[in-house]
Ligand binder design. Sequence first.
Ligand code: AMP
Ligand code: MN
Ligand code: MN
Ligand code: MN
Length: 277
Amino acid sequence: MPAYDLHSHTTASDGTLTPQALVNAACKAGVDVLAITDHDSTAGLEEAHRAAQNLPLNVIDGCEISVTWSGSTVHIVGLNLDLAHQPLQQGLARLREHRKERARAIAADLEKHGIGGIYEKVVARVRGGLISRTHFAHELVALGKAASVREVFKKYLVRGKPGFVAGQWAQLEEAVDWITAAGGQAVIAHPARYRLTRSKLIRLIEAFRGCGGEAIEVVSGSHSRDESFTMARHARDFGLLASAGSDYHGPENPWVSLGDLPQLPQGCEPIWSSWQR
Ligand code: AMP
Ligand code: MN
Ligand code: MN
Ligand code: MN
């Protein structure tokens, strides 16, 4: 069976590998099918396809859309998108614009907390036209404010800490519509990461399915084995397909490797069972 990794990032969003370098690394890691799912952008895919032309690797056109749902930020992955679809591209462009405003607000809040002049430094780190909290995290580490990106996300940029600004992202229904209208399949990314109560998670899954969502990420680089089993049960109970992705952001994060994912739990219907190779 081919090896699938259906969630990954490049320098087009907050990954540290260029699309070409990511494709090469995935190939070396034994991945057969790689979805590139940058935050709110599909800008890395053209280079990725060029890089994969003479490699035994199939690149899937994807993205990871930031959504505000019921007061929580959740991520919806789209797979097999028509990248030329205008409503999708206009929606993503709107979110990237919002990211610029949010970045100014994050910098202003950090300034209030004694970390001044960070905005220009963070902008200088952006390589693919999209600014994220990860870019702030790298700069805060460089400034010695934290020992690691992980530590940054404990001390800064999160609710109740300096530099937290709640994003106003897409609505769930909009994001699923952009994906499905572009011929793609919508997937709830890393559902265990949101720390929702069981009943709120079920409300999310029902709302998602109600607007045409098809799958949930059962296996994720950020799920424990237990969390995968829980999500597998939800997928089965709600008649959703199961996806699997590392959420790889680059070699700096040693906890997550490309393509090194456990099998989907028994009884899941893989999202790729419907794909033609
Ligand atoms: P943004 O979409 O700009 O709000 O940034 C979200 C990104 O920050 C995620 O996709 C992760 O790459 C990164 N991130 C969030 N929390 C953490 C964490 N605890 N450790 C490392 N990276 C994180
Ligand atoms: Mn990220
Ligand atoms: Mn995510
Ligand atoms: Mn991701």
